[in-house]
Design a protein around this ligand. Structure first.
Ligand code: ADP
Length: 376
């Protein structure tokens, strides 16, 4: 029964049981004990009444009847009170077991979690209220376990990412020491490239930790998105031309006044258009479109590049995720750029999503920012 699973009804039921037991015992005592006690008490009085030789004293009879009544009622009440107390204690003990056992388990499990056993879970008790507490506790434990797994994965990923440039540097240094590599500007500039890669990785990691902790400082202002996008397209034009990629932008019908941080918006756009250039082969094209969608300004970066397989799409915003690890690493990508970009978009009240019809079919990134409604 549904209501019986609720603790409050169990508590009410426990009180009612105590009352019922008290009443039953009282009735039983009244019948079984009180009648006997009353009759026993009345024996001398009856004998006196039946004895013709003794004159009847009305005063004495009423006094003895009253005393007998009080004695009988007192005894019945005492036995009933004792029985009700025992019944109350028993039901309370049962209930306490019911409430305290899950609470003790939760206390024990939280201590185990605090000691690092993140796989700890509690059983679901039968009453609804305690079941809700236990379920929420288990949810919290699962979330902590996930955070811990992410932390371990993050350390592993960072170590892995650091290893590549360090191994490169070590190789060059060993070559220099052994005399395999001549100490020429070419060798030194290769080493410099590895150091720069390390530097970029450390900068990215710092930026990532800031955005993920929500500690990124935003300087929100009202500005037109069009000149900002134009500036970034112009800035990246030489890089696109060097790869023989046609980079274009389509102007919106109206100014796109947004409420955002221009530097952070530029950072997101640099990442998106930079990626499009990086993942589009020679002869391809990239189009940056501006539009409005609902109450948001939308920047679409569409490329005709290598595309993203559908199974990889859900993961590309995760830290360190790269569809083609070897290709991305050779181009210096750490797989953090999109994670940072999405957090920045979120921090500004916008969104960043990706779409692709599959490998070789190009990719489209949608970056939205809230339009400025002109509120003071
Ligand atoms: P990276 O520094 O490796 O480019 P990002 O976080 O910017 O890291 O991107 C994550 C991964 O998403 C890339 O390694 C790449 O596999 C994929 N990706 C990003 N942009 C594009 C794009 N325009 N076309 C195809 N794949 C892309």
């Amino acid at each position: 029964m549904r209501f019986w699973r609720q603790l409050r009804w169990r508590l009410v039921a426990a009180q009612i049981i105590v009352i019922i037991v008290g009443v039953i015992v009282l009735a039983w005592v009244a019948n079984a004990i009180a009648a006997r006690t009353f009759l026993t008490d009345l024996q001398p009085l009856l004998a006196m009444l039946l004895d013709d030789t003794t004159p009847i004293d009305a005063q004495q009879i009423s006094t003895e009847l009253l005393a007998s009544f009080r004695h009988t009622v007192g005894q019945a009440l005492l036995v009933a009170a004792l029985a009700a107390t025992v019944a109350g204690l028993l039901t309370s003990l049962l209930l306490m077991r019911e409430i305290l056992r899950p609470l003790h388990q939760i206390a024990r499990s939280s201590q185990r979690i605090a000691a690092g056993h993140y796989d700890e879970r509690v059983a679901t008790p039968s009453s609804d209220e305690l079941a809700a507490v236990a379920d929420n506790f288990n949810l919290m434990a699962a979330a902590l376990e996930q955070v811990e797994q992410q932390r371990i994965a993050l350390i592993g990923n960072v170590a892995h990412e650091l290893r590549t440039p360090l191994a490169g540097l070590e190789g060059y240094l060993e070559g220099l020491v052994d005399g395999v590599f001549p100490s020429e500007p070419e060798t030194l500039s290769s080493m410099q490239r590895e150091v720069r890669r390390l530097h970029r990785l450390v900068d990215d990691l710092q930026a990532l930790s800031r955005v993920e902790a929500g500690q990124v400082s935003l300087h929100m202002s009202r500005f037109d998105l069009l000149p900002l996008v134009q500036r970034i397209v112009t800035q990246l034009q030489p890089q696109a031309s060097a790869q023989n990629i046609d980079l274009q932008m389509t102007d919106p019908d109206q100014p796109l006044l947004v409420h955002a941080d221009p530097d952070r918006a530029a950072q997101v756009l640099l990442n998106l258009i930079g990626n499009a250039i990086r993942y589009t082969p020679e002869g391809g094209s990239i189009t940056v479109r501006l539009a409005t969608a609902d109450s948001m300004a939308l920047v679409e970066v569409v490329d005709t590049g290598i595309g993203i397989p559908s199974e990889a799409l859900p993961y590309i915003f995760e830290r360190f995720y790269r569809v083609d690890r070897s290709r991305a690493r050779s181009s210096g990508g750490s797989g953090i750029g999109l994670t940072i970009a999405r957090h920045l978009a979120w921090a500004m009240g916008g969104e960043l999503t990706a779409a692709s019809a599959g490998l070789g079919q190009g990719s489209t990134f949608h970056f939205t920012l809230p339009l400025d409604r002109g509120d003071p």
